[in-house]
Design a protein around this ligand. Sequence first.
Ligand code: NAD
Length: 255
Amino acid sequence: MSKPLENKLALVTGSSRGIGAAIAARLAAEGAHVIVNYAASPARAEQVVSEIVSAGGHAEAVQADLSTVEGTKALASSVDKVFGGRFGGRLDILVNNAGTVEFGPFLESSESSYDRHFNLNVRSLIALTRDLAPRMIRAKWGRIINIGSCLGEAAPLPGVTLYVATKFAVRGFTRALSRELGATGVTVNNVQPGAIDTELSPDDDGPAAQMMKKLMSVGRFGRTEEIASAVAFIASPESAFINGESLTVDGGWNA
Ligand SMILES: NC(=O)c1ccc[n+]([C@@H]2O[C@H](COP(=O)([O-])OP(=O)(O)OC[C@H]3O[C@@H](n4cnc5c(N)ncnc54)[C@H](O)[C@@H]3O)[C@@H](O)[C@H]2O)c1
């Protein structure tokens, strides 16, 4: 029986670990050929690829540091250079997942922290989308899926003001672009995780983790696979009428 994403080419940014790795594995399980982008950890990216291949899927790792303009451009052109022949210049699914957060009081924040947050969470996501969307428009089919945050809609957690600003930007970009591309067959949506158990989340059960758990009515951190299943649905042909949406998967954080 054919799988829903058979013969589709998918790029998942920042997928050598965490939510991105789970999304890569899930899209591959649905039949997609997955480009596993990583910045600095080839061994972990190769591990993600080898687990996908062992499970019978298709994936390849591509290095690109998305905190820089050059790295973002290099990733867009590698889609043509490495995969253009095999996939006829198509890219069917783009998951803009790479992101970063730094905790601390806003009044002590630095210009370099602004750059780290905005270059990765916003600028590279926008530039990569601009460079890759034309392939989807030509094919009259595509899925652009941004990984925002429940903090892109409300800000009940102190100490993450810059991050909140970037994730509100992701939600606004998603909505505006969905209008521009709506008639082309390409949808643009935003999946907003709550606190998920990854290296980005607090690494102990200290006050920050306790506060996050209280915010989520289900009383626990989410699992990366729970975000991947929401992304897999948005990536599927069944979601064609969903456009400009922010799908919040947050254990009740924003209820
Ligand atoms: N973990 C959470 O609780 C949570 C909650 C809401 C939203 N998110 C969002 O989910 C996404 C993934 O986060 P995660 O929790 O898996 O975090 P993570 O730190 O485990 O993963 C982030 C990924 O981005 C990659 N990355 C970092 N800098 C990069 C760069 N310069 N170029 C390319 N890739 C780079 C990392 O290698 C990693 O694969 C992020 O956008 C994050 O904001 C996470």
